[in-house]
Design a protein around this ligand. Structure first.
Ligand code: CP
Ligand code: NVA
Length: 304
């Protein structure tokens, strides 16, 4: 049974299959019968969450399964039990594991040692479920994302890395506009370019968005990062704030996305968050739909 760990490790045809299923099951209640009936899913959180927790827990229940939500602080893992032993024990109780954790190595070890599929619910390195929901949201509004221009403003973080992976796999361009010291992961850039995606670094944010189909930003300080590093260059970061002036420099049909939680007045202003280009709450809802399809895919329950 396959894991869902990184977008760059999955065949593009499988990504499309998951997205197509998610699009259909969003509107067809007959596809929401109980494929997870009799199955349990462990949802492990080593970091806080609103959307990931809600969307996975509600999603498992809608599919007829039984979610078991665990915070690592409540688990023996939080007191040093090995990932190997944790993986083996979890595999005796559940059919699927979703984990939100810090190090990529924790995710990898869990996947290596567990006998059931593992889903990446965010690490310091990436956030693949989010980007699947984002692509679903874009395609619902604007058709295929292939060949489109996605513009990332701010710091090249874990969410940006998954966007770069998706650029390579789904064939869209990614323009990065942010301070040099926060450029995105070089491996992710190399992956996207190696697959033929165009990755452009444009220091002028107005220039960066001039041909945008989609404008994306995220919090300048992620859960695993130290605020002090960012505070040092706060004025520089403010140049990349997504505000109505910047949106006015973009094509009128450009969409705005943010994985949330947002820091209104920092990386994005409220007029953009609540404005006509914003699809941030569709993105949040689509976590539910696409993750239901990801869970079914992991358990070979997607059908044809
Ligand atoms: N976007 C996202 O993953 O949100 P949470 O941190 O609330 O799960
Ligand atoms: N980049 C953010 C995403 C939160 C969903 C973080 O890792 O904190």
């Amino acid at each position: 049974m396959p894991d869902f760990l990184e977008i760059n490790e999955l065949a593009p045809a499988e990504l499309r299959r998951i997205l197509s299923h998610a699009g259909q099951s969003r509107v067809r209640s007959d596809m929401n019968q109980s494929p997870l009936s009799g199955k349990s899913v462990a949802l492990i959180f080593e970091k806080p969450s609103t959307r990931t927790r809600l969307s996975f827990e509600v999603g498992v229940r809608q599919l007829g399964g039984w979610p078991v939500v665990l915070s690592s602080a409540e688990m023996q893992m939080g007191r040093g039990e090995s990932i190997f032993d944790t993986a083996k024990v979890l595999s005796r109780f559940v059919d699927l594991i979703m984990i939100r954790t810090f190090a990529d190595s924790t995710l990898r070890q869990l996947a290596e040692h567990s006998d059931v599929p593992v889903i990446n619910g965010l690490t310091d390195k990436s956030h693949p479920c989010q980007i699947m929901a984002d692509i679903q949201t874009f395609q619902e509004r604007r058709g295929s994302i292939e060949g489109r221009n996605v513009v990332w403003l701010g710091t090249g973080n874990n969410v940006c890395t998954s966007f770069l992976h998706a650029a390579g796999q789904m064939g869209f361009n990614l323009v990065f506009s942010g301070p040099r010291e926060f450029h995105p992961c070089e491996d992710a850039v190399a992956f996207a370019e190696g697959k033929g995606a165009r990755v452009v670094f444009e220091s002028n944010p107005r220039e960066a968005v001039s041909k945008a189909d989609l404008i994306v930003t995220d919090a300048w300080v992620s859960m695993h990062e130290k605020a002090e590093e960012r505070e040092r260059i706060w004025d520089t970061l403010m140049r990349y704030q997504v505000n109505s002036d910047l949106m006015a420099a973009a094509p009128t049909n450009a969409l705005f996305m943010h994985c949330l939680p947002a820091h209104r007045g920092e990386e994005v202003t409220s007029d953009v968050m609540d404005g006509p280009a914003s699809v941030v709450f569709d993105e949040a809802e689509n976590r539910l739909h696409v993750q239901k399809s990801i869970m079914c895919w992991c358990l070979d329950l997607l059908g044809d």
